[in-house]
Design a protein around this ligand. Sequence first.
Ligand SMILES: [Zn+2]
Length: 227
Amino acid sequence: MVINVDGIEVKLIRKNVRRITLKVDPDGSVSISAPKSAKIEYVQSFVLSKTEWIRSVLAKKSDGPFFINRCNNGDKITILGNTYTIKLVIDGGKKVELSGDSVLVHLSEKNVERREKILLDWMKFSLEREVVGSLKKWNTITGLDCSDVVFKDMKSRWGSCNVVTKKIAFSLRLLSQKSECIDYVVLHELTHTVHRNHDRNFYGYIERFMPDYKRISKSLVMPVKNQ
Ligand SMILES: [Zn+2]
């Protein structure tokens, strides 16, 4: 049988074994072998405790989008689903812009050491623009709203929602994804303000407003870091 844990499909194989073994195959499929007596809740919580590891293995396998951990000439970065090459332009300017397949980082000699921060600030600004637009759209359509939005460098999840305070956090890495994926993550987190868990009601609610959500959520790929 196949179980879905936090968006990851895992093939569960019952065996005459004593311990649970989780593996990610070369083709990216995830399977778990578990003792016949192991309760499904136990298997699920085991997988849940390993989701960060699974995602990191999958990200390494995939030719996934790039996220910066430096900002050097020639580094690759993926923005809204397209991959760009970083070019430093030492012209005393102070802005970042997209030009063809390049991201131009204009800066002065004395700011070269701060280039990563300059690029990250721009990414945060760009993501904020996308997310705020999406929040407004979903607010008009669904009536759902949140109390606050923050952006953090979260590595293993795209977003999170505090169901009590209705404060939503988004990973800065979300900027690497296509607009429709950002739209999905925004709706997903907003939905948590009315449905705490990833149950049938939760996905039923999402499907009402985004009938294509399964295809879109599957196309979300955790980014790999530049080496
Ligand atoms: Zn969720």
